[in-house]
Design a protein around this ligand. Sequence first.
Ligand SMILES: [Fe+2]
Length: 179
Amino acid sequence: MLNIVEEIIFNFSNNKSLYIGEELTMSEHMIQTAMLAEKNRCTNDLICSSLLHDYGHFVLEDPNQLMSNHIDGNHETIGANYLKEYFSNKIIEPILLHVDAKKYLARNKKYFDDLSEASKNSLKLQGGIMSDNEAKQFEKNKNYKNAIKLRRFDESAKKQNIKIKDIKDYKELLISKII
Ligand SMILES: [Fe+2]
């Protein structure tokens, strides 16, 4: 069996599935998210969360299929559960909460209006905009601010034809964060 860092590198290099509703691959999207975290001088933990935030899609068999059947694949929970054996809670929690962060931010009308069509559709499947009460609960999570930061990087990480890093550039960082 491959160790987890080798497995991550393998999946990023070999999985060619497209990011839902966009023209770039899931791997490119996650690497761009990590690059934005680096550019914004985030901690190594948050860079790791950003890099791995959609890893649940690699664990799931076919996210496109799930979307077309109108089933929410719960990729954030699947990814977080899969990775928590290997990484600390500081890294895992923003991954787990990055969908809730969207539901939280969508309470703002401008934020909602600016979401892509695909993202608006998945918001519905994910339970829709948070109520005030849900928002209060969300703010009780220790790492909720990092989840919001991750969410903002996530949304900007959909560029095509820009020069991006290779997953192998993150190998040392990943190794250093294994618990
Ligand atoms: Fe994402």
